[in-house]
Design a protein around this ligand. Structure first.
Ligand SMILES: O=C(O)CCC(=O)C(=O)O
Ligand SMILES: [Fe+2]
Length: 352
């Protein structure tokens, strides 16, 4: 989707994005916990290496994703997005930071019954369901190692987060999202296409896989409270190698840690400056979502107790309200621009 706005010039600041190795996990768990907590407190974004998912497994999952996205739209439309947050969408996700839809398509997958009738048929992509689920279980294993460390870091029992993010429950909400951002022409005459507008994730933790060379992911740390929507103004590019998992703290873990761990704004930038990548971009995001009956409260009880279901509903409500604000501001801007244009026309005596 296109928005007739001019591209804001980007202010960049180099920031260290910590890298944490999970090698020898059981023996090093306390050291890993300290490194993860430090990264979560100070940046909110970090990379995970030595996680046990091989480059071939990641490459094969990307190949499966590309096989899905290369299907004709009418075939992908046999598994449309629905309110269970699963299925395929195209150019439909509007972020409050932009007010217009991201120029991309995505296909969201879950483990359980929410996926009924939403798996693409094997006749279109052979083995899609079983191969995707195998990969999702591999990512879940890494997620559970991270959850163990964050539970330990907060003084909860080791299995505290794992129990309430149980993907074997039939209505588990944890979601893997395959993403395809469309190629863009250079020199867009002032038209800005948002690949993924700036946002923070609502989940506990997001694990991201990137294709090497397909850059564009950027972060903007510095958020103090989970309810605050303001964006800082300096961005940092995240360009890591293909085998790394990029991990970011979501609003849920920020709230569950009494704002100790930071949920960070991030975006996939619209390519518009030298060095930006204009081609098709594929990525995979794995969102650790709580079970609906999870009971959420940080160790210091900064926020009232809410369930997983209530937390998600409140996040959606905040998102919706912010979106309405943005749309109002955009409409006002358009009205003011037409007033200025009309005045300019009057000035030079143009009547039509
Ligand atoms: O595609 C990416 O690299 C990031 C996607 C993302 O942040 C999201 O879908 O929440
Ligand atoms: Fe995100």
């Amino acid at each position: 989707m296109a928005a007739k706005t001019t591209a804001p010039s980007t202010l960049y600041q180099p920031r260290d994005i910590p890298s944490v190795s999970l090698s020898n996990f059981d023996a090093r768990i306390d050291e890993i916990t300290n490194q993860l907590c430090d990264a979560a407190e100070n940046v909110g974004f970090f990379s995970i290496i030595d996680h046990g998912i091989s480059p071939t497994e990641i490459k094969d999952m990307f190949a499966l994703s590309e096989a899905f996205f290369s299907l004709p739209d009418d075939v992908k439309a046999t598994v449309p997005w629905n309110v269970n947050n699963v299925g395929w969408e195209k150019n439909s996700q509007v972020r409050p930071s932009t007010g217009v839809a991201d120029f991309k398509e995505s296909y969201q997958l879950q483990f359980g019954s929410n996926m009924t009738n939403t798996w693409i048929s094997d006749s279109h992509v052979p083995g899609f369901r079983s191969k995707s689920l195998t990969f999702m279980h591999r990512v879940q294993r890494v997620s559970e190692q991270l959850m163990t460390c964050f539970a330990r870091g907060l003084g909860f029992p080791d299995d505290y987060f794992i129990k309430v993010h149980d993907v074997s429950r039939s209505n588990s909400q944890t979601t893997m999202r395959l993403l395809h951002y469309f190629a863009l022409p250079e020199g867009l005459n002032g038209t800005v296409y948002h690949r993924a507008g700036a946002h923070a994730d609502w989940d506990l933790l997001t694990l991201l896989f990137q294709h090497e060379g397909q850059n564009g992911l950027e972060i903007c740390p510095g958020r103090d409270a989970v309810t605050q929507f303001a964006l800082g103004d300096t961005w940092t590019k995240v360009d890591l190698s293909a085998g790394d998992i990029i991990c970011n703290i979501g609003d849920l873990l920020m709230s569950w840690s009494d704002d100790r761990f930071k949920s960070t704004f991030h975006r996939v930038k619209t390519p518009c400056e030298p060095g930006d990548y204009y081609g098709d971009r594929y990525s995979i995001a794995y969102f650790n979502q709580p079970c609906k009956d999870a009971v959420i409260q940080g160790p210091k009880r900064k926020y009232p107790v809410v369930t997983g279901e209530e937390f998600t509903a409140a996040a959606m409500k905040r998102n919706f309200a912010a979106l309405q604000e943005k749309k109002k501001a955009l409409a006002q801007e358009t009205a003011e621009n037409s007033k200025v244009a009309a005045l300019a026309r009057t000035d030079v005596g143009v009547t039509a």
